[in-house]
Design a protein around this ligand. Structure first.
Ligand SMILES: *Cc1c(COP(=O)(O)O)cnc(C)c1O
Length: 266
């Protein structure tokens, strides 16, 4: 039942329409259907893929509508934005997932409230998170980010650096390794995008021999989640297909991001 949704400003209506509840419900159903079809094409069980809704730039009061359509894990790229929303929505039972690069000096904020982190990319960060988690007697699910596109603008470990890094995960017992994560090349040419997903899957097949928990593949977004599922994704991170187009250029979230032919259209 409703969580007492606040009134909409003209800006809200312009971006999310007059009835965000219905819009989000419709969009979610359509994403669900596309996931189901992609699973069927790949001969996979629907239950093997988790949809992680990405809520960055969606204001906290609008996220109350998202909660009302049944979304209870919110993926955010920036730690400050996530913290602000977490405080504003503290009355709702929400799990917070941080999917973007984290500076080491912000580790202490993440461990206070996040359930999951998809962009682990250095031993120093792993150590800092582990120390903080010990202090707070908490655990954190983590995905190790790999740069599969070779673009300088992307964070993540070089594929060659992955296995040595995986070996060190034994030393950070408060982190629960779940798998690997990547941001594929930004292109509408799926012949260029798909190899990023295939590379991540192959790396996962190797990594899992060193750490049996690393079975997951967090890959695929609004523009490419069906291809990601066909290549084995176990978590797809989808924002715009559920919440509509973002007004903010994505360069704000991915330093060095250069819009390509694919743009950021849902
Ligand atoms: C924003 C973001 C997504 C979702 O992108 P959409 O185009 O909104 O689906 C996925 N992963 C990360 C790391 C993001 O920052």
């Amino acid at each position: 039942m409703g969580t007492n949704n606040p009134p909409l400003s003209p800006e809200d209506v312009e971006r999310f329409g007059p009835d965000p509840l219905t819009s989000f419900r419709t969009n979610l159903a359509s994403v669900e259907e596309r996931i189901t079809l992609a699973c069927a094409r790949a001969g996979r069980d629907r239950a093997s893929v988790r949809l992680l809704p990405i809520t960055k730039t969606v204001p906290a009061h609008i996220l109350r509508y998202a909660f009302d359509v049944g979304i209870s894990t919110f993926g955010e790229n920036k730690i400050q934005e996530a913290m602000t929303k977490c405080e504003a929505l503290h009355d709702l039972a929400i799990d917070w997932s941080i999917v973007g690069h984290l500076q080491t000096n912000k580790a202490k904020y993440l461990t206070r409230f996040a359930r999951e982190f998809h962009a682990l990319d250095s031993l120093r960060l792993a150590d800092l998170l582990n120390t903080r988690l010990e202090r707070e007697d908490r655990f954190l699910d983590v995905y190790v980010q790999v740069n599969t596109s070779g673009e300088d603008s992307k964070f993540g470990l070089h594929p060659n650096a992955l296995l040595p890094f995986v070996e060190t995960l034994d030393q950070v017992p408060r982190l629960r390794p779940c798998g690997l994560m990547t941001l594929a090349l930004f292109s509408s040419d799926m012949a260029k995008v798909r190899p990023c997903f295939i590379l991540l899957r192959r790396l996962r097949d190797k990594a899992v021999k060193h750490n049996a928990a690393l079975t997951g593949l967090s890959m695929g977004m609004t523009g490419d989640f069906e291809e990601a599922i066909e290549e084995g994704a176990t978590v797809v991170r989808v924002g715009q297909a559920i919440f509509g187009k973002r007004p903010t250029p994505d360069g704000h979230y991915w330093p060095g991001f250069v819009p390509t032919d694919r743009g950021i259209e849902p």
